[in-house]
Design a protein around this ligand. Structure first.
Ligand SMILES: Cc1cc2nc3c(=O)[nH]c(=O)nc-3n(C[C@H](O)[C@H](O)[C@H](O)COP(=O)(O)OP(=O)(O)OC[C@H]3O[C@@H](n4cnc5c(N)ncnc54)[C@H](O)[C@@H]3O)c2cc1C
Length: 303
């Protein structure tokens, strides 16, 4: 079964979109903003906070980068109007970083100023290592405009343990995640246990320091360890939150975190560019292919 799931996850990128759509469904909150807003309203009612992301990265021309920026401005206005308890996450290559750094900075600043005026925090997602330095630079400029701009640091990069110490301050909000891109052994830890150790020491360092930790993982062992440490060290609840990706099965874990009074934020991606995103998620956990096929089969049998 494991091999079959792996096989499906590997060949899925070559399937037509209509066949991939059922696999994408759990991860993506819809293609339109209206659909996504309806989903996040429900999550808010269930007690979760959210961060909304328009799917996509690496735009191919500048007009597209400006259009993405405009979509983010629309998203911010909609979040305000719909009274969503949430933030917004975006990627700099989606705003044109690969084509023109000045344009990406300009787009970012426009989003950040609008977010500041509407009092909606934003997070700049972290992409692969060629963009780490520039992302941190743009983040610093953006945070000078609005102190509710957050950054992401990836535990698999050797540099992150130092980055988190250097950047720490009372205004520092950082999502700590393992890191999703393939990076070389020269700059990144390859061993999964060592990545967890790095994640743990980054979180401890921040929580012993001044910043706000956004603990973004589905790894239940890691969550157990961090939760115990937080409790043993009486870390106040306003110093951290837990974050997960929409659609990743977590059993009753998230409800239990809410019951303890912890903030849990769901990362909710939406938009037309769902294909690549879902394929990437499915490769991370090929067993999802098995669950989805059996669910589809059950639905088909019951119809
Ligand atoms: C809120 C959030 C934001 C993120 N932002 C970024 C970012 O800006 N930059 C970046 O590089 N990475 C980002 N990531 C991705 C992250 O770096 C990891 O690649 C991803 O979260 C998987 O790592 P894990 O910590 O869940 O641990 P893993 O050890 O990979 O997974 C733990 C368990 O969770 C389950 N699981 C994990 N992923 C999936 C999945 N897709 N589907 C089903 N089950 C799954 C599996 O059962 C697995 O055994 C983000 C993750 C989260 C939760």
């Amino acid at each position: 079964m494991i091999l079959l799931n792996k096989f499906i996850a590997t060949v899925l990128p070559f399937f037509p979109r209509f066949l991939v759509r059922p696999f994408a469904k759990p991860y993506v909150a819809g293609e339109s903003l209206t659909e996504a807003i309806e989903k996040v309203k429900i999550l808010n009612q269930q007690g979760y906070v959210v961060t909304m992301d328009i799917l996509g990265e690496h735009v191919s021309d500048k007009t597209e980068a400006v259009a993405v920026k405009d979509s983010y401005l629309e998203l911010l206005q909609t979040i305000k109007l719909a009274e969503i308890t949430g933030t917004v996450s975006f990627k700099l290559t989606h705003l044109g970083l690969e084509l023109d750094q000045e344009l990406a900075l300009k787009n970012t600043m426009e989003i950040v100023r609008t977010a500041r005026d509407l009092a909606i925090p934003v997070t700049i997602d972290m992409e692969n290592s060629p963009y780490t330095d520039i992302t941190i630079e743009i983040y610093q400029q953006a945070r000078a405009e609005f102190n509710k701009v957050g950054l992401v640091l990836q535990a698999y990069l050797f540099r992150s343990v130092d980055d988190i110490k250097v950047l720490d301050s009372t205004d520092f909000r950082v999502r700590i995640c393992k890191g999703i891109y393939r990076e070389s052994p020269e700059i990144a830890i390859q061993d999964r246990i060592e990545i967890n150790d790095s994640f743990t020491s980054m979180t401890h360092s921040l929580l012993k320091g001044e910043g706000f930790a956004e603990i973004a993982t589905h790894d239940r062992g890691l969550l157990d360890d961090l939760e115990s440490w937080i409790e043993q060290n009486s870390i106040p609840k306003d110093r951290f939150e837990f974050q997960v990706l929409h659609g990743v099965p977590m059993g009753k874990r998230l409800e239990r975190l809410l019951e303890k009074g912890y903030a849990v934020r769901i990362y909710v991606p939406f938009g037309n560019a769902w294909f690549d995103y879902s394929v990437r998620r499915l490769k991370e956990n090929p067993n999802m292919a098995g669950y989805i096929i059996s669910n589809l089969f059950k639905r088909w049998v019951s119809n």
